[in-house]
Design a protein around this ligand. Sequence first.
Ligand SMILES: NC(=O)c1ccc[n+]([C@@H]2O[C@H](COP(=O)([O-])OP(=O)(O)OC[C@H]3O[C@@H](n4cnc5c(N)ncnc54)[C@H](OP(=O)(O)O)[C@@H]3O)[C@@H](O)[C@H]2O)c1
Length: 298
Amino acid sequence: MKVPKIAIIGGSGRMGIWFAQYFKNKGYTVVLSARNREKLIAAAESLKVNYAKNNEEAVKNADFVMVSVPIASTASIITELAPHMDRKTTVFDITSVKGEIIKTLEKQSLKHGFKAVSVHPMFGPGAKNLTGHTIAIVPIKGSEDAAEKLGRIFSKDGAKVVSTDGKTHDRMISTVLGLPHFLNILFGKALLEIPDALPRIKEFSGTTFALQLLLTECVFREEPELYSEIQMRNKEFLKFLDKMEGIFSELKEVVQKNEKIEFSKIFEMVREKLIQDTDYANAYDRFYQIIEILKNRT
Ligand SMILES: NC(=O)c1ccc[n+]([C@@H]2O[C@H](COP(=O)([O-])OP(=O)(O)OC[C@H]3O[C@@H](n4cnc5c(N)ncnc54)[C@H](OP(=O)(O)O)[C@@H]3O)[C@@H](O)[C@H]2O)c1
């Protein structure tokens, strides 16, 4: 059987390198492309894969083209490269926010005759492999077969593949990424208001603070460029922010006015929602299991 070729645009970036290793392990011929030559050559040499002179050269004769550049550049790169794609090629982006990208993939694939899929790996470059990780797939009109094929490749390697549309994707991502990122940035920013240094604060730390700090520190280990785009480019998240402002004012008023009954009512309402989660009943035990792990490591 012919060895498939995949071109990874943005191949020197974090996800580009991750997927280059993944496809190399599967036996594909991998070609990387990016702007900064030094970084590109270093990535290609350490992965022992090929690199191209430019994006155009990379996509020549490729069976797959993965676009793994910052969200803001993805649509323009797809449009720029579209006339150079082979008809057999399946092009897919991996952006964390879909928005205009779905329309661009649809328009360009229909115009130039290649296949297109929109993909979102719900994990970062720290993942060991695909096992147990979710990959969202948005099929593109006219290329539904390519979405199924790509989904099968990932699910064979243990990924949980979820098929969705662009709008649902962005609404869900605003909840599962935008919201927790925002809350952790809020927590981090609030810490700036506290004059004591963190080691001093930690001397007083209970279990909730320990776990919250861990989460916040993980968020701040990430790159602000990606995190800002996840919030600022997702229209669904921007709409949600207005609601958040209302929730904040409501809670603030309840606390400041000492309204205990209203406080309990809100607590109960939230509890009703959380009970729908099958992990809710075990949450307390699981929380303490994590705390034990943290204790043993310090
Ligand atoms: N990081 C995550 O946890 C994560 C998770 C899921 C999905 N994603 C998605 O994955 C994509 C890439 O994210 P990342 O974290 O890997 O970003 P990254 O580390 O900043 O990498 C971006 C890559 O794109 C290249 N690039 C930028 N503009 C380019 C252009 N015009 N032509 C060719 N290459 C270009 C960069 O290299 P040069 O600057 O040298 O060109 C670099 O190789 C984003 O769409 C993001 O939403 C990220």
